[in-house]
Design a protein around this ligand. Structure first.
Ligand code: 3HC
Length: 393
């Protein structure tokens, strides 16, 4: 029975995860390396709780929820934690050290989860003497708003630990999606990467401007943010990091495009630094960006590479079509699933975009075998009655 949850790292994700755990009634211990970080986290949690309380999304007073939380620079407060979620920066040695310490200090029954978006869970697990109790629990920014949690077992994780983690995610009011097998970037970030890459390619190849790409994402696909805007929101350093991790794993063909790396080199990291592809009111302060109302960018072209990636994920039995759509709806606030959109726009149209971009020398756009098969069988989406989903007339 989980009573106390530990959170290591009080940054953007850590403070939000701790807040969600406390809202759900758990006692929560938060550890970070300095009181500056911890005090900032407390302020951000209180601000967020107040917002939720004012809109009556919370019935309990913010102060009462904060009373269930303790903060410290010492791991001693983790001694009686039943479940710990790590959310420190994406540096492999740092993560290994954190897990080694947690393994030494927490009781034997404690499950150790990582919120990593890019580091293999099995490598983290190997730094402990309880690899069967180590699991990926990937939250989305901002954690109090985004409902998705990807549950990522490594080759060592026991089924019991997977089930306890799924149950905990539900108790935290989240929608868990379990990956059958661990894959670099998981489902969410592999698809997010493909959206970023096509957005980047369109701009670098002179097909469209940043604002035109984002206008299509927001106004035609009805996404809450444009692709460049979302990348700024996530952090361009984080975006480039996950790009490199997925590509260097050898499980995805790269799309050569340097716009993102150039921004990171210029230390323009997005919302967190006040400037990225767009300029924000202040460092750490997001404001919806102004975009043109219409744009020549074709929505089917913009999602084509992400749909091809989805076909790869389905073909490799990582998740099914429905689960991909749940990831995009609950992890990125899409108004409908990516594959529902694809079926509506037409898989033949998407396929033709892939072939066209592939013919320009971009290998990543080679249509996936599953997609090839669907096209051959005439399963081209809603208009044919069959696509990723079946449509009854
Ligand atoms: N706590 C409490 N409430 C919050 C909040 C927080 N941390 N952040 C935002 N809100 C509330 C606001 O108060 C506002 O409430 P209201 O509607 O009652 O006024 C509501 O959420 C909407 O916020 P805003 O008005 O400030 O702005 P938007 O309407 O543009 O919504 C957004 C902001 C919810 C972030 C929306 O733009 C969105 O859904 N964007 C997509 C986010 C996304 O895709 N996240 C996933 C990123 S990928 C990731 O995290 C994985 C990693 O591994 C890379």
């Amino acid at each position: 029975m989980i009573k106390k949850i530990g959170v290591v790292g009080a940054g953007t994700m850590g403070h939000g995860i701790a807040e969600v755990a406390a809202i759900s009634g758990f006692r929560v211990s938060v550890v970070d390396i300095s009181w500056d970080f911890l005090n900032r986290a407390k302020e951000r949690i209180l601000d967020s709780l107040k917002k939720l309380y004012e809109k009556k999304s919370l019935l309990e007073k913010p102060e009462e929820i904060l009373n269930r939380m303790e903060f410290s620079t010492s791991y001693e407060i983790m001694r009686d934690a039943d479940f710990v979620i790590e959310a420190v920066p994406e540096l492999i040695e740092l993560k290994k050290n954190v897990f080694k310490t947690l393994d030494e200090i927490t009781p034997r029954h404690t499950i150790l989860a990582s919120n990593t978006s890019s580091i293999p869970i099995s490598i983290i697990a190997e730094s402990t003497k309880r690899p069967e109790k180590v699991i990926g629990m990937h939250f989305f920014n901002p954690p109090p708003i985004m409902k998705l949690v990807e549950i990522v077992p490594s080759k060592y994780t026991s089924e019991e630990v997977v089930n306890i983690t799924i149950d905990l995610a539900k108790k935290m009011g989240k929608v868990p999606v379990r990956l059958k097998v661990e894959v670099p970037g998981f489902v969410s970030n592999r698809i997010f990467l493909r959206l970023m890459q096509e957005a980047c390619r369109e701009v670098e190849d002179g097909e469209a401007t940043i604002e035109e790409v984002d206008s299509t994402a927001r106004n035609k696909l009805k996404l809450p943010m444009g692709i460049f805007e979302l990348s700024d929101y996530v952090g361009l350093d984080v975006a480039v990091d996950l790009w490199k991790v997925i590509i260097s794993s050898g499980t995805a063909e790269d799309v050569k495009c340097s716009l993102f790396q150039k921004k990171v080199d210029a230390k323009e990291l997005g919302v967190k630094s006040g400037k990225g592809f767009y300029t924000y009111p202040a460092a750490g302060k997001y404001k919806k960006v102004e975009l043109p109302a219409s744009s020549k960018v074709d929505p089917a072209r913009l999602i084509s590479l992400a749909v091809n990636e989805s076909a790869w994920l389905i073909q490799n039995k990582i998740v099914n079509a429905k689960e991909i759509d749940i990831v995009m709806i609950y992890g990125f606030n899409f108004p409908k699933g990516l594959l529902e959109m694809a079926d509506e726009l037409g898989l033949d149209v998407i396929y033709n975009h892939l072939k066209d971009i592939y013919s320009k020398g971009y290998k990543a756009y080679k249509p996936n075998d599953l997609l090839e098969e669907m096209i051959k069988e005439g399963k081209i989406g809603k208009k044919s009655g069959k696509g990723f989903y079946d449509y009854k007339s």
